[in-house]
Structures are given as structure tokens and as C-alpha cells.
Design a binder for this molecule. Sequence first.
Ligand code: ADP
Ligand code: MG
Length: 355
Amino acid sequence: MGAIHKLDAAVINKIAAGEIIIQPANALKEMLENSIDAEASMIDVVVKDGGLKLLQITDNGSGINKEDLGLLCERFATSKLAKFEDLESIATYGFRGEALASILHISRVSVITKTKDTQLAYKAFYTGGKMVGPNFKALAPVEPKPIAGKDGTQIIVEDLFYNLPSRAKSLKSKSEEYSKIVDVIGRYAIHSAGVGITCKKFGDSNHVIATRPNLPIKERIRSIFGTDVASELIEFDVEANEALGLVKANGAITSPNYGSKKKAQPVFFINHRLVTCDPLKRAINSAYQIFLPKGNHPFVYLSLEINPKNVDVNIHPTKREVRFLHEEEIIEHISGAIHTKLSDVDTSRKFKTQT
Ligand code: ADP
Ligand code: MG
């Protein structure tokens, strides 16, 4: 008998899930994106024990059809093929239908959801990657239970990583995991113009984040990063460049009058997904260098829309890093525009102090 044997499906799914969901903030980000994709205008998040005990996210979006509730546990099941017609943009936006299935494999999840086409909402329970009976009791799959409820979806994730103890152990403290969650939510709250987002700790009455839909960008930034940042903001658009595949670029950055002692990750969105992009970050930092005293850091929010054909989000399972075509030229184009903006402000500032 040979020595090589195939791992069984449950093990494969658990391993794959653990690569996509490394920390509670990854799960939260995926669910937040799903609510935004479902065109929610309000999203409320409740967190307990850094997201390990509870991650609850409630939206007023499109809801999930009752017939589809069984499919949520299947990897590579997505409803977004119809919405984003061509396969290429599916791939580049990372619609792999993998996120929610992954979460369902490594936690206990209940989903309550209602579309506008039905009178009642439906509630389904999942654990170990399977739909199970009410309150996770019966292991045989049962029909989702009809209950009263509002349009939209509520996903309650409990005991994340309960069956991946090594992953649970590798995490930072609960308060650090909580900070990462709040950080991700704050960034989406800044970027998502038509969406109000709230976040609080389980049992608290106060929200750490609370934005209303349709607040102007400056007010959204004020509510997350405070008045010091908001009062020194320069909003700008960068010229599109078809040849480079740069469809749109805009953002809000602080003027040279603002400097934080703390180094913060810039808020970058590419095609409406929160990403990191170190080359872009370095270029912007060096554009600031001549305007800011040493040890001072700006606030930077930047949203790029790049031809989906040119973007690769799948270089990392968590989809956090991206690569895109003409990267150097686009970065040059944007940091150049930022440099010009900063010099304009700087000149008018000097001019003012002289007269
Ligand atoms: P993807 O977003 O790549 O399609 P996910 O695993 O994140 O894959 O989600 C699977 C499917 O579940 C989605 O395509 C969508 O149909 C449905 N879904 C998940 N969350 C929501 C939600 N909050 N509102 C409506 N539908 C949702
Ligand atoms: Mg998704």
C-alpha cells in the first residue's frame, strides 16, 4: 500500500478556511463587504471578546433567498456572477464564494435573513461547515425556520476557531483583536459613502463607531479620526489615465499643517476593497517628506478605481495585498498629484504668513 493518501474533505475545508480567516478581523471584513455588496445602507456590528466569542453583523441589504441558505456552506458558491457579469471581474474582485463558507467551517453561525419578496425571515444554523438543526442541536440538516424579521441579513458568528485551537492560540490578546476589527470598520466607514456603519462591544450601550449614511467624506473622517485630521483635510481628484487603466482616483489627505507622531497605515481602497499597497505608501510618504517635520506623519485616504482586468487580488488568500498593471506609472502619477497639492497649500500658507 502506498504512503500517500488523500485528506478527507472536512480536513481540507478546515485548512483552507484557516488560511483565509487568520484573525477575527478577516472574518469581519468579508462579512462587511458582503453587506455592502448586498447594497445595505446600514450595517451594525457587535463584538465580544475580540470577535472570538461573538461577531454579529446586521444589515438592511438584499437578503438571501431561503433556497440559497443551504449553499452558504459550499465553497465556491457565489451569487455575484450574475451581478458582475464577466468572469474576469469576478476573479479580480475576489468573488470566490469562499469567505462565508470558510467562516462556517470554523465557528458556529446563525443566519437570519429576509428578502423583500417574502413575508417572513428565515433562520438557519451552521457548524462544522454544515447546515444543522435549531440551536445547533440536530446534526441532520433541516429546513431553515421561518420567523418574523426585517429585510436584510443578520449573521451571528460564535466561537470562531473553536475547532482550530492552534490558530486560536496564535492570536494576539482579545483587546488587540478588537482594535483590528474597529480599525477595519472605521476604514470602510470612511470609504462607503452611502452606508452608515456602527460598531460596539457586546453589552456596551455606547458605540465606538457610528456613522450615518450620506455624510460627506470630511464628516466621515472626522467621526473616525477626529477633528484635528478633519480640519486639515485636502480633498482631491487625480486625473484619470486610460492608457494606465486608471479609471478614477480621489482622496482626502492632510495638509502640511497636520502631523501625527503616530505612524498610521494609510487608508487605501482599490476598486472599493480595502487593501495595503506598500509601494504606493512609500511614494506618498516621500512626497510628504519635504513638507512635514521629521517624525510627523500625515493622514491619507485614497480610493483608486483600476480596470479590473489589470488587478490581481488573489496573490494572498486574505486578498489584502494587491498587484496591478502599470503599478509604477500609476504610483508616480498619484504621488506627483499629491506633491502638487501639497506645494499649492504650502505656497499659499507662506504667502499668508508673509503678508
Ligand atoms: P462572495 O462574496 O465571493 O460571493 P461569500 O462567501 O462572501 O462569497 O458569500 C457567498 C454568498 O452569500 C454571496 O455571493 C451572497 O449571495 C451571499 N451573502 C453573503 N452575505 C450576504 C449578505 N449580508 N446579504 C446578502 N447576501 C449575502
Ligand atoms: Mg464575499
